[in-house]
Unconditional design. Structure first.
Ligand code: PMP
Length: 365
């Protein structure tokens, strides 16, 4: 990121960008997919997916497991689509049978799913959701912002039509890039639409020649790429592929399980039901007598955790991300900081119990 800015049509950047596009397909396990890397945030990747696949009046079903499912609903409504929803209670994943039943009512062009909703820490079985969408003849768009490169997702094998993320979460690059890979079926659907894509910047048709050119190691221009961010992304993708995807997913499962065991040992409850609690993020209810001031106490120990986000429970819980470059040491330090904050606020627990529970998992073979 701190390297001198270079030309977006220079030889070095052409190679960097071309490699990023190739490697994004590897990380998403979609060798035939069409990658897009565009300056913007994860919300742009969500909007790009819907605005290219749907036309005004089209039906879309959103399986909602938290705040970011609601965001799909708002985006689709803005672009004039008819939106149906299957909404899970807080802490649960949307019911697969209910999603299948809703799709059977007919005519949905797209099913939207959030792989891990960052407001609840619920992980959805996106393989099952993509199968359901496929059976109903709908395209499956998955928001992988809080999951991609941290939770297993075999985009092509599982039949996911769009897998999207942002640079800043488990990919571990600073904020600022929208990343998505589109299946050949979804590209064909966008190319056979009857009306033009109503957004200029989001139109895959504008970006496709650019992405194809860089993959062929040639320069092309539509909107100037974020050169330094792409250089940073290139480093992150190299780290991800060097670690290896199976090892990386396993590491996230292990540090996630260790963190969850740690907070449970302190008498704290996970917002997400155990069977669907994500490897990348944990939402934790404050114990009785403790409230949002805990976040500041933890920060005073040098660890940043996030407050609540889901409107139904906003002031009753906090959130801890454990993805990307997060290490075992970070898990231990975070639990130690949580223990200190809880002690200062008068919560009764055995000092060290959280750290010890996590260590039992982290030190196991
Ligand atoms: N989806 C999920 C699951 C997210 O966690 C976020 C960001 N927290 C977004 C979408 C939106 O991404 P961004 O903030 O980069 O626009």
């Amino acid at each position: 990121m701190a390297a001198p800015a270079e030309s977006h049509v220079g030889a070095r950047f052409i190679e960097t960008f071309g490699l990023c596009l190739d490697e994004l397909c590897q990380v998403f396990m979609a060798p035939e997919g069409q990658p897009f890397i565009v300056a913007g945030s994860g919300t742009l990747a969500m909007e790009m997916s819907l605005v290219n696949l749907l036309e005004p009046g089209d039906k879309v079903l959103v399986a909602i497991s938290g705040v970011f499912g609601e965001r799909f609903v708002e985006i689709a409504r803005r672009w004039g689509c008819q939106v149906d929803t299957v909404r899970a209670p807080v802490g649960q994943a949307p019911d697969a049978a209910a999603v299948e039943k809703a799709l059977k009512s007919g005519g949905h062009k797209v099913l939207c799913v959030t792989h891990v909703d960052t407001s609840t820490g619920v992980a959805v079985d996106v393989k099952a959701m993509a199968e359901i969408a496929g059976r109903a003849g709908a395209l499956c768009v998955v928001d992988g912002v809080c999951a991609a490169a941290g939770v297993e997702c075999r985009q092509a094998e599982w039949g996911i039509d769009v897998y999207l993320t942002a640079s800043q979460k488990a990919i571990s690059t600073p904020t600022g890039l929208a990343l998505l890979v589109v299946s050949p079926k979804a590209m064909a659907a966008s190319q056979s639409r009857k009306t033009p894509v109503p957004s200029y910047y989001s139109d895959w048709g504008m970006w496709l020649p650019i992405m194809s050119a860089y993959r062929a190691r040639k320069a092309a221009y539509f909107g100037t790429p974020a050169v330094n961010l792409v250089a940073a992304l290139s480093e992150s993708l190299k780290q991800i592929l060097t670690e290896g995807l199976p090892a990386r997913f396993q590491r996230h499962l292990k540090i996630g399980a260790a963190f969850k065991a740690g907070v449970a040992a302190l008498g704290l409850r996970d917002v997400a039901q155990a069977a669907v609690s994500a490897p990348t993020l944990t939402s934790v209810y404050y114990p009785d007598g403790v409230g949002p001031s805990l976040v500041g106490k933890i920060a005073a120990e040098g660890v940043i955790v996030a407050g609540g986000l889901h409107p139904e429970i906003r002031d009753r819980y906090f959130r801890v991300g454990h993805m990307g470059t997060v290490s075992s040491g970070d898990i231990v330090a975070t639990l130690a900081a949580i223990e200190k904050g809880l002690a200062l606020l008068g919560h009764k627990f055995e000092a060290g119990a959280g750290v010890a529970a996590a260590q039992r998992i982290l030190t196991a073979a």
